[in-house]
Design a protein around this ligand. Sequence first.
Ligand SMILES: *Cc1c(COP(=O)(O)O)cnc(C)c1O
Length: 406
Amino acid sequence: MTTTQISDVKALEQQHVLQVYRRQPVVFERGSGMRLFDDKGRAYLDFLSGIGVASLGHAHAGLAKAIAAQAEALLHTSNLYFHPLQGELAGRLSVMTGLDFAFFCNSGTEAVEACLKFARKYWHAKGETSRTKFVAFTHAFHGRTMGSLSVTWDSHYRTPFEPLVPGVTFVDVNGPSASGAIDVINASITKDTAAVIVEPIQGEGGVRPIAPDVAAAVAAACRRTGTLLIADEVQTGSGRTGTFIHSRTIGLEPDLIALGKALGAGVPIGAAMLSRDVASAAAPGDHGTTYGGNLLACRAGLVFLDALDSGLQEAIARVSGHLFAALRGLAARHAGTILDVRGAGLLAGIELNRDATDVVAAALERGLLINRTATTVVRLLPPYIVTERDVDEAMGILDAVLSLSS
Ligand SMILES: *Cc1c(COP(=O)(O)O)cnc(C)c1O
């Protein structure tokens, strides 16, 4: 493509693609490993992986081969019939999550919807039909469909679409007083609460880890009142933070877990994982999806889990140590600009003293893909195949970008 054709791409989209995205000025045509290539053949180092999705990097040979083979055999049959891959993937996920049952869908928001619905169904089946409320956290992001949006905090996402699902309470866990937050948790989680939903590290909310005392208070309140705990691990899960499920590392024992993003390595898939107890309340017809868990998506999920098992999970932990050491070094060199570095594994947030838009744009100009979240936070979500050398290259670019503008 020539430069004039880039503006054609933009013009065509402006006429016919709903304008709900603010895209960066680049047209990508192919990828390889950690790199994306634009229409002029220029390479970019990918530290975002399409918002945490391209977990195996781009054009992964094993994934490409498996997808092609699956396309030649069978892609989709619906959930009216059996196929061999859904049970296999569900079994592997139950080992990884400690929750026995999987419901497959096509996105993170659908996985959250399924968790909310199955939590409601659980209490309904027990005859506790008034136990319908949800507790969520300030700064939470759980998706954009009506149910998931109802437990998403940011008013920009919510207000135009109100009224949403009633009975949701938001608990402020990032406020000045941690003990105050714990009082609010204890007051909010009651025998009217169907479920609490929590991201162990809030991703879109600015890469904010849930404080250990808050996690402990949530776990205790759930135990005391019998309330179900939903962990939204769409961003933190599937190995991203160095372990398959992050909530366990902070002492949470979820009854339901939402998965998505990295799980399909680029093929759309979501999964709601349910404990045996919660699953026992579900019956045929309660919920469903046409595409969910089809052969293509399950095959991609199995390739992803195979890769994770053959050394990738250990590699994440190793490279993560290097990444966070480098980020602390960067923060020390730019002490006025960088206020905080947060995250775990290959999910990192760099909190700036100002809007991160310019830093993201300047990094793009220098061939590094990152993004801004919660206005002031630069977020890094590299593919799991990232190496120490890739980290050093990315840190060099970030260092240059921050030197420019501080
Ligand atoms: C991205 C995300 C979602 C929504 O996933 P989609 O695939 O965009 O629907 C939900 N929860 C969390 C924590 C996320 O990061």
